[in-house]
Each structure stands twice: as structure tokens, then as C-alpha cells.
Design a protein around this ligand. Structure first.
Ligand code: NI
Length: 190
């Protein structure tokens, strides 16, 4: 998920500059078909996975974004990272492996939602107001978490990605059509 306009993380801090050029990953964008394929569960939380998490973190902070699902960088496995800490506070990278939403409550409108895989477009999206998520952390510890507000929206957005769903799949066909036409036009002009 993309940062809000007034919530910009400064990508020039030393932390994100380490190995910036070798470590960042290419973020796939709509209409890349890979983004609409559901991912496979992670079988082993091993060194390779930790390595991918680190590279995804650099990529997310550099973008800047507040959430990134593995599928967005071409990995068809079910894990995601996020960091919803306020821009002027310490970073707090979170990792969810094989996450699933076990219950939802209420509805909320996530205003001007954006996505690193859907450049130059934002829309209001109807989301559950509160969710219960289960899965594993990066140390293979099972977790169960209740989320509300921004965190609930980010997790719904990223877990959607793992199921091959983009936020534009959750808006009206009319609004989606506007974006699709724009993308088609841009592809023709390149
Ligand atoms: Ni996204």
C-alpha cells in the first residue's frame, strides 16, 4: 500500500541507503497478470525468506510505502510486510507469514486508497472496520491480532494482494474503467 500524500516517509535516511542499488526489487504493476494469481503458502521460514523480507523492506521504504506483499515483487508466496508507524517516529517493520482474516466486523471507507502496483490512481474503498488476523511472524511464532483503523485497512489491502486481488477490484466498474482506459492509453504511448 502506498503512503498518503501527507504521510511521506523520507527515503534518504542512512538505514534505507544500505545496499540500495543492489537490494531493491522491481515492483510489478497493473495489468501484470502475476498480480491476479493467488499465492502459495510459505512452507519454510528460512534464511532465503529472511533475505527476501530484508530486500522487500528496503523496497517498501524507498517507494515509499506502508505495506508490501511478496506477490508485488514477483514472489508467489503468502507473506507481507508493513510499517504503519508515524513518519517522524522509529521504524517498526512487521512481517506476516501465511496471514488470513478469520473474522471481520463493521464497515469503513478507506479514503483515497493507493497501491504501489497501481501507480497514479487513488480511490475510496469499502473495508471492514475491524478484523481478526491469524498467521505467523518471521520467527515462526503463531500470532493472532485484532486490528482497527489504518492498520486494519493496510492488512486487508495486503492480504487481498496475496489472494490476487487489487484495490481496483473493490471499486465500481465505472471507476475501474477510468483507470483501465488510462493505463491502456499510457501503454500505447510507450
Ligand atoms: Ni497494494
Amino acid at each position: 500500500m502506498k503512503n498518503g500524500e501527507n504521510n511521506t516517509v523520507n527515503p534518504d535516511t542512512p538505514e534505507t541507503n544500505r545496499n540500495l542499488h543492489t537490494a531493491t526489487m522491481e515492483i510489478l504493476t497493473y495489468p501484470n497478470k502475476f498480480l491476479s494469481e493467488p499465492t502459495h503458502p510459505v512452507k519454510n521460514i528460512d534464511g532465503e525468506l529472511q533475505n527476501m523480507i530484508e530486500r522487500m523492506a528496503v523496497t517498501m521504504y524507498q517507494a515509499p510505502g506502508i505495506g508490501l506483499a511478496a506477490i508485488q515483487v514477483g514472489i508467489n508466496q503468502s507473506f507481507l510486510i508493513y510499517d504503519v508507524s508515524p513518519p517522524d517516529s522509529e521504524r517498526s517493520l512487521q512481517v506476516l507469514v501465511n496471514p488470513r482474516i478469520v473474522s471481520k466486523e463493521g464497515t469503513t471507507i478507506s479514503e483515497e486508497e493507493g497501491c504501489l502496483s497501481v501507480p497514479d490512481f487513488r480511490a475510496d474503498v469499502k473495508r471492514a472496520a475491524s478484523i481478526l488476523v491469524e498467521g505467523f511472524d518471521r520467527n515462526e511464532k503463531p500470532f493472532r491480532m485484532e486490528a482497527q483503523g489504518l492498520l486494519a485497512v493496510v492488512l486487508q489491502h495486503e492480504i487481498d494482494h496475496l489472494n490476487g486481488i487489487l484495490f481496483i477490484d473493490r471499486i465500481s466498474a465505472l471507476k475501474r474503467g477510468i483507470y483501465k482506459r488510462k493505463v491502456k492509453k499510457n501503454l500505447k504511448n510507450t
